[in-house]
Design a protein around this ligand. Structure first.
Ligand SMILES: Nc1ncnc2c1ncn2[C@@H]1O[C@H](COP(=O)(O)OP(=O)(O)O)[C@@H](O)[C@H]1O
Ligand SMILES: [Mg+2]
Length: 612
């Protein structure tokens, strides 16, 4: 038999004549233990040091790292500094200048636990150099693995420099668990960007000195001021595309303010990589907040797409506890439901207001595709792969093949020609799917199928809000065979489904009987509809609220009811669809977050023909 390491031995009786003695651990050991929580990886060290610089009122923060922060982290700031006589105190445990300890809910700084510097000193070589305003000279102090040296004079004009070398050399176990230098560098960059978003008025640089030569600047954000400061900073960090496609959010409810930027659904991402939350300006990665963001977009995004947003929550510090975890990444709200409601309704409202606006990025890309078939495929912000046939054919080809079949409609010269309206006047239907319309400033291509799907969905939702969705009885009930699990799900949800206009009942093992379908959908094939809804129910589980579940079900239904694809439309029909889109919230994207229309301005078209 192999010898197996048993960890704690719980079997041998512990009652001995001499019980083990209780000892007070020395500071170095206590600090090493605290370091395990506060400094999980180099990025957490960077976070602590940058937060200290921000707390010190810095207007410039320069960060240099080497080997993913394992060999070197140096943070230089121009903040208020530390008096020479306090340097040793700053390195001792639970010593802080930020709170007096009387009220742990009254916190207005990043730090307050007095743990970061002593923890770093316990697991690395640390040098702290500082000079306060008006001090005759700077002073420095060093700690090597817990041993604090004397305070000595040093050279520094103003502010503070904290240098951390050989992080975790004293705790090889932790060192072993670190990821590659590249991954750690990435994590550091992420931390710096999060904090930079929280402080747009502060200038930041992050440089890498790994290769021994002069540090290479890998990130820079110049100080931004004025009302557009946040947008400017977001532009520097998330890119111009995000800025172009982001809606301003600012809403307050019961003393809690939500503000920041949220991108249009068509500017969604394949992973949750562009989601930033701040509570009283502190970057947090809070599951509840991220969940609320998801819920806000649930209606306008496919499940595998992720919204992009930078959102700040300002709340009375008394109503939130940030002292949940040493790294302070999570928070507890006194009234979590209120915060969630604020996020969900605030964002939904803004998205609905944005109405039929679609992403500029797509228009730009379409323009690029029109201009020249490029050797490499253009990078789509949207997940074009999830569009049927997009894998094999580019958008350019799709558009190019239109020319083959254009059905023109006579140009109406009636006085009420709707050209001046946002989506213009319909001029032609292409491929029995797309509507080409002329607006005052250019031309618009509408995906009639996607748009119609959205309109049906919004209508279904509106009906459901009013009372129930009108149903239409089938002449002969439809019997659908489905796997037993799916049947159970549908039968369990039958009362909800009935409110949504779908009346089903159990009909023997593995069969469901459909008696009524939503009237709005017209004639639908029941089997695929039920299969889709069963999938939806399986995906949703039972955790969501009734309303959220029903919306998802309605969204699925809408796909089945979209009758316009593959059908000729008359000019009045097309114009009616455009007018309805203009009047319907969220009509700029289909139920899966894909755009329903794109626009080309005359200026763009002229550019294509080399006229500009
Ligand atoms: N960059 C800095 N500029 C000025 N003071 C600093 C700086 N870094 C640390 N300090 C001082 O050292 C103290 C201890 O820092 P730290 O261990 O991070 O604890 P905390 O930030 O929780 O107070 C701080 O309260 C602050 O007074
Ligand atoms: Mg601190």
């Amino acid at each position: 038999m192999h010898a197996i390491y048993c960890g704690m031995n719980l079997e041998t009786p512990k009652i001995q004549p001499d019980p083990p003695r209780i000892r007070q651990l020395d500071d170095a050991a206590a600090n090493r233990i605290a370091a395990g929580e506060v400094v999980e990886r180099p990025a957490s060290a960077v976070k602590e040091l940058v937060e200290n610089a921000l707390d010190a009122g810095a207007s410039r923060i320069d960060i240099v790292i080497a080997d993913g922060g394992k060999r070197l982290i140096r943070v230089t700031d121009d903040g208020h500094g530390i008096p020479a006589q306090d340097l040793a105190l700053a390195l001792s445990r639970h010593a802080t200048s930020k709170i007096d300890g009387s009220d742990l809910l009254d916190i207005h700084s990043f730090g307050f636990r007095g743990e970061a510097l002593p923890s770093l000193g316990a697991v690395a070589h640390l040098r702290l150099t500082s000079r306060t305003q008006g001090a005759p000279e700077a002073a420095e102090i060093t700690v090597a693995t817990g041993r604090v040296g004397p305070t000595r004079p040093a050279a520094l004009r103003a502010g503070t420099v904290v240098e951390v070398r050989d992080l975790f050399h004293a705790t090889p176990a932790r060192l072993k668990f670190l990821r590659t230098d590249r991954a750690e560098t990435q994590a550091i960059s992420d931390v710096v960007k999060r904090l930079a978003l929280a402080a747009p008025h502060v200038g930041f640089t992050l440089s890498d000195a790994s290769d021994g030569t002069a540090p290479k600047v890998t990130f820079r954000a110049d100080p931004a001021r004025g009302p557009e400061a946040m947008r400017q900073r977001a532009r520097a960090i998330l890119g111009a595309d995000f800025d172009d496609n982001a809606l301003d959010i600012d809403t307050t409810r019961e003393g809690i303010r939500l503000h920041g930027l949220a991108a249009l659904p068509t500017f969604s991402r394949g992973a949750a990589v562009a989601q930033y939350f701040f509570v009283n300006n502190r970057p947090v990665r809070d599951k509840q907040l991220l969940g609320a963001l998801r819920a806000a977009y649930a209606d306008v995004l496919a499940r595998d797409r992720h919204p992009a947003a930078v959102l700040f929550i300002d709340i009375d510090p008394q109503r939130v506890d940030v002292n949940v975890h040493p790294a302070k990444a999570e928070v507890r709200f006194r009234d979590p439901g209120l915060v969630r409601g604020l996020i969900v309704s605030g964002l939904r409202h803004a998205l609905a207001q944005a109405g039929h606006r679609a992403t500029t990025t797509l228009t730009d890309q379409a323009l690029g595709a029109f201009a020249q078939p490029r050797p490499t495929a253009p990078v789509y912000q949207m997940d074009m792969a999830s569009r049927p046939n997009a894998q094999t054919r580019g958008f350019a080809e799709d558009l190019a093949s239109f020319s083959a079949r254009v059905e023109p409609i006579p140009e109406p010269d009636t006085p009420d020609d709707p050209q001046h309206l946002p989506l213009g006047a319909a001029r032609a239907q292409l491929h029995e799917t797309f509507i080409l319309s002329q607006s005052e400033t250019g031309m618009i291509l509408v995906d009639a199928h996607a748009a119609h799907e959205r309109l049906v969905y919004e209508k279904l939702k509106a009906r459901l809000r009013e009372s129930t969705v009108p149903a239409q009885a089938l002449l002969i009930p439809d019997i659908v065979e489905l796997p037993a699990d799916d049947c159970n799900r549908l039968v369990n949800a039958a009362p909800d489904l009935a409110r949504a206009g779908l009346v089903v009942e159990a009909f023997g093992p593995g069969t469901i009987c459909v008696r009524e379908t939503p009237a709005l959908l017209g004639e639908v094939a029941c089997a695929p509809l039920l299969r889709d809804i069963a999938d939806e129910l399986a995906d949703l589980g039972t955790t969501d609220t009734l309303t959220a579940r029903l919306d998802a079900v309605l969204s699925r239904m809408a796909c089945h009811g979209s009758v316009r694809a593959g059908r000729r439309m008359s000019a009045p029909e097309m114009n009616a669809l455009l007018r309805e889109m203009e009047a319907t919230p969220n009509s700029g994207q289909c139920n899966h977050g894909r755009p329903t229309w794109i626009a080309l301005s005359l200026a763009d078209v002229e550019k294509l023909f080399g006229r500009r």
